[in-house]
Ligand binder design. Structure first.
Ligand SMILES: NC(=O)c1ccc[n+]([C@@H]2O[C@H](COP(=O)([O-])OP(=O)(O)OC[C@H]3O[C@@H](n4cnc5c(N)ncnc54)[C@H](OP(=O)(O)O)[C@@H]3O)[C@@H](O)[C@H]2O)c1
Length: 234
């Protein structure tokens, strides 16, 4: 029988000194995560192009983290756009630009955060359900998200005992879809509601709960947390 006392719930480990940074915290899922962190003690810093940080610029990421100092929890949700369509007609420049933001941006953050995360610290990246779903026309998102999931497991070994995890959202109603015509966006959400086992599209707060889970549970590292309404079991 396990006679160890139950570990203190890690959310109680947040103090006035706790520092969290959310790259992509200016919108959508990242903003919901920043809001959730602000409900706890400590400092929460958000970053995006609208706060003058381009995550695709590794020197800028390094300089930005240097201004913050030691950190406890780093979350990366930045970069929701990627070109779609068949590989045969893929715009390679746009595909590489998407990788520069979402994949290489996450790696730039990991590189810069590695020496700044305090003991007990976490880094949580974001992939997406297409990482493990072969859908024609989604090559760039699939490849980017799969690379993040695979790379995070290596990072979790290299940076242990810091904990590195990935949250993989399914279709979630955020500003990422603001560019769609309203009727097309409604049709997409209605289709999700009728086809997903969970019966609806995700809300940013559903996904934020996944980042909180991996931050709070000291036994979770190298994990990919699917929060996708059942997209991968359809
Ligand atoms: N929503 C979904 O259905 C869905 C599904 C699967 C996976 N995901 C993933 O979940 C993550 C969050 O998506 P979301 O729906 O919350 O998207 P979103 O609302 O469009 O937010 C994206 C965030 O990324 C930031 N960002 C974009 N380019 C950046 C850059 N070059 N440098 C720094 N920050 C940058 C944006 O801030 P600025 O505008 O200030 O730069 C914004 O805060 C993404 O990785 C996305 O691929 C989303």
């Amino acid at each position: 029988m396990d006679t160890q006392p139950a570990p203190a719930h890690a959310s109680s480990a947040f103090t006035a000194d706790t520092v969290s940074v959310v790259f992509g915290g200016t919108s959508g899922i990242g903003r919901a995560m920043a809001d959730a962190l602000r409900a706890r003690p400590g400092r929460v810093v958000v970053a995006g192009r609208s706060t003058d940080l381009d995550i695709a610029d590794p020197a800028a990421v390094e300089a930005f983290l240097a201004t913050i100092g030691p950190v406890d929890h780093v979350v990366v949700t930045a970069g929701s756009q990627a070109p779609g369509g068949p590989v045969a007609s893929l715009n390679l420049a746009a595909a590489k630009a998407a990788f520069d933001v979402k994949f290489w941006g996450a790696i730039a953050v990991a590189r810069a955060a590695a020496g700044r995360l305090r003991p007990g610290g976490t880094l949580t990246l974001t992939s997406g359900f297409l990482a493990r779903r072969a859908t024609p026309g989604t090559f760039v998102k699939t490849a980017m998200n799969a690379a993040i999931e695979a790379g995070a497991k290596v990072l979790a070994r290299e940076l242990a005992p810091l904990r590195i995890n990935v949250v993989s959202p399914g279709l979630t109603d955020t500003e990422a879809y603001d560019g769609m015509a309203p009727a097309a966006r409604d049709a997409m959400l209605t289709r999700a509601a009728s086809t997903l086992p969970a019966g609806r599209a995700g809300r940013p707060q559903d996904i934020a709960a996944g980042y909180l889970f991996v931050i709070d549970n000291p036994f979770v590292t190298g994990a990919v947390i699917d929060i996708d309404g059942g997209a991968l079991i359809q």
